[in-house]
Design a protein around this ligand. Sequence first.
Ligand code: AHR
Length: 509
Amino acid sequence: MTLEAVINLDLGGPRINRHLYGHFAEHLGRCVYGGFWVGEDSPIPNAGGIRLDVVHALRALRIPNLRWPGGCFADEYHWQDGIGPRGQRPVMVNTHWGGVEENNHFGTHEFMALCELLGAEPYISGNVGSGTVREMSDWVEYLTRDGDSPMARLRKANGRDEPWRVRFWGLGNEAWGCGGNMTAEHYAQEARRYGTYCRDYGDNRLYKIAAGANGEDYAWTETLMKQVGHLGCRHVRSTGYHALSLHYYTITGPSWDEKGSATDFGTDEHYRTMVAAARVEELLAGHTAVMDCYDPAGSVGLVLDEWGTWFDVAPGTNPGFLHQQNTLRDALVASVHFDVFHRHAGRLVMANIAQTVNVLQAMILTDPETNALVLTPTYHVFRMNRDHQDATSLRVDPRTPLPSRQVGDATLTTVSMSASRKDGRLLVSLSNLDAEAPADVELDLRGGALETAEAVILTSAAVQDHNTAQSPSTVAPRPYDGVALHGGTLRVHLPAHSFVTVSGACAVR
Ligand code: AHR
């Protein structure tokens, strides 16, 4: 049966903030060291130690922001250890991630250089768990203060005269867990205290993000909303925080110790993963509802700054390095998340997939032996969807029942869609989560006209398929002819386990 839906091209919803396509790089496993950072003496082509093939691949995604240095690592990171001559920087133990030594060779200057190369805005997570207010306050001064001051002088002594611009500032991470095991009430006070001393220097305006809830912990969000501080008051910048974060991972195994293999899974497990991914909609709606009660005007942002799949680590790799392969299943997890993000773009202002290189649901995998770089199926979803960034979200309203499957107690809707309009072009994203059956969609385009329709498909013979250095394009986007445009009707055939984008010039009446 064909699924019919309506898109009103002239009825725009919220702007899809480009920061919904944000990224995350933690000092964890081979994300920073061996991923982004190879050091200046590496035979791998690099700019001041930053791996250039990784930068070029990510630039094609137009990545809007990069969150760093954690994660859990952020709350044991002392930024002053990561400045000055590299050979003199102290070594620490990365207690969260494998107990390995961290030589601090990748620090503030290296991170800011990486952001400049990527054309991405920095999002820095400060240390609340084991740091001090003074330490965080000094870091802001070091990064952003112009003129003469102790931290500005220190920055200049380390080779950077001009202050950087840094907008996004995290007040700790997972304060309910690795970030200090605090209660919501205690953390809310701490966030206000830390936020108070993170100053705006010159015209640099910080956007302070409080460490928010884990999954369905709505009580945490409510406590933070009660304490957000002077909403609507001109002092909000100096006394409060501007946004709350949320973390939600797609985890499907029976227990934390058995999350399931990233590549060796059956159809049932595929469906369970899709159910877990689609649950992000319930969570965003739930946290938004709580925030609406305290802030109906929507001034406080919601930031999903960790999301993505979390499977068992690849066999033979360090359990603390969270290295996993990435299949077509991961790509569908990503495409479903983006559809949900586009629908919630009113409150959701940023999202960061965990993590960009070599860790969890990565865009890029690098081989430690051969140095080969592999683009994952998830990378291709970011690439195919990139024109949704800063576009106007359009509703896709079904007129017939959505196809579904029963998965245990849950009903999985197997077709997911979203659409947006920008600069006279329409972009529609469609995912068929069904691993066995194709789906046909008929979109009734009203309030304007789509003049052309170019389609791209991401699929493969099996949902377990993935890319390796030997076979880098097993799952790669290809031009697609399974679409037909007749007047105001766009028909799309979706093969089993596929992701399709359709774009074209569109005029709005
Ligand atoms: O992304 C891996 C870890 O997951 C992060 O460090 C932490 O914030 C979360 O629990």
